[in-house]
Write a protein that binds this ligand. Structure first.
Ligand SMILES: NC(=O)c1ccc[n+]([C@@H]2O[C@H](COP(=O)([O-])OP(=O)(O)OC[C@H]3O[C@@H](n4cnc5c(N)ncnc54)[C@H](O)[C@@H]3O)[C@@H](O)[C@H]2O)c1
Length: 385
């Protein structure tokens, strides 16, 4: 089996989920590579965190200069799990060095950056994937399967919600290592790039391209204290965002996201209502999908029986996406497995020279929609994507 030497660019939350995936993937999937956690990057000022990270996940070495890490001839795959403003330079450097690339979302700060990154990756012809990990929740993959099997039929309404509540307090600082998400120079946008990017990716994957949209964003707390300098800083990222869309297939949709939705920690919901059926997924109950069967996908005729109604399907059987790789029917998997699933798909595709979605082109699409959302909210009008 071929060795796959991993260079991890970041040692925070996503560094942990990705490192765990490399360590676990071979236990559950028949993959053509043996991942080796070769080297992880962190800033000099994050040395304590970096060393702890190295020990926890078993990296052979650490590095405080990510360019040096990418340039190492023994690194096969570069995994970008650093804050958003670094993605462009890291991905382009990795492509130029001929490495396989996995990059966290949002892919870039804006579509202009994303175009440059796609050009570099295409030119290098390297295997790539952008980590829209919720595609690999078995119930979400099943959602897509229901649509592809014609069980939803002609779509009318798509509804997506992504809510959190961790920035409600005025005391939450902006900037610094942990809350770089509130700093526009580091994050690019607020909930649009951070949360809605996932919802947009899922929507376009399941229901096709978004044609045009109209958005409203809000900043509830306009000034905060910088965690590192203690200075007051103006907040310019979107705390909340809502938008209406028209899909190319004629259906219409609504998207809503906030970090001020008291009680919601990582609530993500998607619903599609069609002529023949409907489906709902909600990340607070990730092992379930709800399905309403109105008409038979083959005959198109209304299902006339007394069991008509919403079915809540426990997605843990061997017939369900990914589940045959884990335990026995009726037993659950969790958050970390979405990253294991996507890594398995990526490594198997890379070995065959096949594209693994979401690739950089899918991510560029998402970035274009995100940019359109921000532009629409700023100009208070409908915009084409
Ligand atoms: N796919 C998902 O569901 C998901 C979830 C969370 C985060 N993400 C994405 O993953 C990436 C990393 O997010 P995270 O949650 O792991 O962040 P984090 O804050 O937990 O970790 C970020 C890492 O980068 C370092 N860092 C912080 N500021 C830096 C700077 N200025 N220069 C260099 N390094 C810096 C930190 O020390 C840390 O090692 C982001 O792009 C984020 O959007 C994706």
């Amino acid at each position: 089996m071929k060795t796959l030497n991993v260079g991890m660019l970041g040692c925070g939350f996503m560094g942990r989920t990705h490192s765990n995936a490399y360590n676990q993937v071979g236990h559950f999937f028949d993959i053509p590579f043996k991942p080796v956690l070769k080297c992880c990057y962190g800033r000099q000022e994050d040395m304590e965190q970096l060393k702890k990270f190295q020990k926890a996940w078993g990296y052979e070495e650490i590095e405080t200069d990510w360019r040096k890490l990418i340039a190492r001839p023994d690194i096969d795959i570069v995994d970008v799990v650093a804050p958003n403003f670094l993605h462009k330079d890291m991905v382009i450097a990795a492509a130029q060095a001929g490495k396989m690339i996995i990059c966290e979302k949002p892919f870039a700060m804006n579509a202009e950056e994303a175009e440059e990154m796609v050009a570099a990756v295409d030119k290098a012809g390297v295997a790539n994937m952008v980590s829209f990990c919720y595609r690999r929740v078995p119930a979400v993959t099943l959602f897509k399967q229901l649509v592809d099997e014609g069980r939803i039929g002609k779509p009318f309404h798509y509804r997506a919600v992504y809510l959190q509540d961790y920035t409600i307090s005025q005391k939450v600082p902006a900037g610094g290592s942990s809350l770089w998400r509130l700093d526009a120079k580091v994050a690019g946008s607020g909930v649009t790039g951070d949360l809605l990017a996932h919802s947009i990716d899922a929507a376009e994957w399941i229901n096709g391209p978004i044609k045009r949209l109209c958005a409203k964003t809000e900043i509830f707390i306009k000034e905060r204290t910088n965690a590192e300098t203690g200075e007051k800083v103006k907040i310019t990222i979107d705390d909340a965002c809502m938008f209406l869309v028209e899909f190319a297939n004629g259906s219409i949709g609504t998207f809503e996201s906030s970090r001020y939705a008291r009680g919601r920690k990582n609530y993500q919901m998607m619903e599609l209502n069609g002529e023949k059926g409907a489906a709902i997924f909600n990340l607070e109950e990730p092992e379930y999908i709800q399905f309403f069967r109105y008409a038979d996908p083959d005959t198109g005729k209304k299902v006339e029986d007394h069991l008509t109604g919403w079915q809540k399907i426990l997605v843990t059987n061997g017939e369900h996406p990914y589940m045959s790789h884990y335990w026995v029917p009726g037993t659950m998997i969790g958050y970390e497995h979405y990253f294991i699933n996507q890594l398995a798909d990526f490594l198997i595709a890379a070995d065959k020279g096949e594209v693994c979605h979401a690739d950089v082109h899918d991510a560029l699409r998402v970035q274009k929609v995100c940019d359109a959302v921000i532009r629409s909210a700023k100009e208070e009008r409908w915009v084409e994507v």
